[in-house]
Design a protein around this ligand. Sequence first.
Ligand code: AMP
Ligand code: GLY
Length: 434
Amino acid sequence: MGNMRILVLGSGGREHVFIWKLSLSKHQPVLFAAPGNAGTAELATNVDLDVNDFDGIGKFCTDNQIEVLIPGSEDPLVNGIVDYFEEREELKHIFILGPNKKLAQLEGSKDFAKDFMMDNRIPTAGYRTFVRSEFPQAVDFIMQRPGPYVLKADGLAAGKGVVIVDDPEEALGYLREMMIKEKFGSATDKLIIEEFIPGIEFSLFAISDGFNYKILPVAKDYKRIGEGDTGLNTGGMGAVSPVPFVDQRVMRQAMEYIVEPTFEGFEELGEPYVGFVFFGLIKGRKSPMVIEYNVRMGDPETEVVFPLIKSDFVELIEALRDRKLDTFNLEFEDGFCTTVFTVSGGYPDEYEKGISISIGEVKDGVLFHAGTKKSGSDLVTNGGRVIASTAIADSLSDALSKSYANAEKIQFDGKYYRKDIGQDLINIIKENNA
Ligand code: AMP
Ligand code: GLY
């Protein structure tokens, strides 16, 4: 066999991690990223293609003998890239690490995900779905019960389709925006109102070849812009893996009540699920519940989960492609992995792009690029989340010290990062040891 030719779709930190992990393989794969960023450009060939341009991607794959396609984000999967490739003689041999359009609805339609969980008795918040013509019923529903109110657009809304408010008047305002003013277009043809679940969130990942699955290290991300989890939601300001409060008991509950029934549910649908399943879970006083499914890895979770994978990524892909994940020895590093995202001033509101970045000597860690690009020979910012600083150590506090030391080496005007990533977990570890 020649060197495996792999195309990764996307341009974020997650996609840089995939390329980085592949570049460490002893099988020396030939790597492409579309569209990629300045980080992927160091290890792969960047290709100027949009992740939803299936014709362009298909043609690129044929012209360049691509054997494996790894979509980083959900949109090409939800838009049916797997079905597109399967339907074409010249593309159907290409292995895609992701589910087909039907199963991608797990992320693409919250109503589908909720039905799936009900059918399979998977613990999740109680809910009701309203179609647009049921606006008056949705209003009554809110008026009849106390807050907090969790309103969710059924479809993809660029991460903005969920609002949580305490005040019923405010909830009705959002309801009107989503259902009547069609703020998110067809994403709110249906709207879900669900019960608020108090608790602490974590991310659980499984990888599946359609017949067998394995669990990856658990992670926690930090979504808010401000310290102490305050302020606006972002794409993610940092992450930690594994998560101290997810002990063996929580893990056993998650496996028994959530992960196993999920894969049994896929079997019942008669659809082999290939790719990553991201379980967004919440741990309250009782056993964990599902907040959402995603059909891809998380970002920035990938920046802490993948560095903990010891096994060769090319060999893992071969095992997935050959449906031999059950006999594959998937090994992990001990210790903790942490990442801290440096972001553009102003993010997640408006921010400037094209600001020069300089990077000093990085020790004991690795930088994953997200919003970066090359402008001539200069490295410049090209997005809100710019570079993630990842490190591994035996203890969580040592990993964080290294992540922060390297984050200091990244310089650009307006640079901001949260100083408290992982601090809540350090406190939990201290309490457990007290
Ligand atoms: P989602 O897009 O479904 O993940 O929702 C976005 C965020 O809203 C989640 O990460 C949670 O922080 C929060 N959230 C969603 N649903 C609920 C719920 N039922 N109870 C409490 N928090 C929720
Ligand atoms: N970190 C959450 C996500 O990737 O959706």
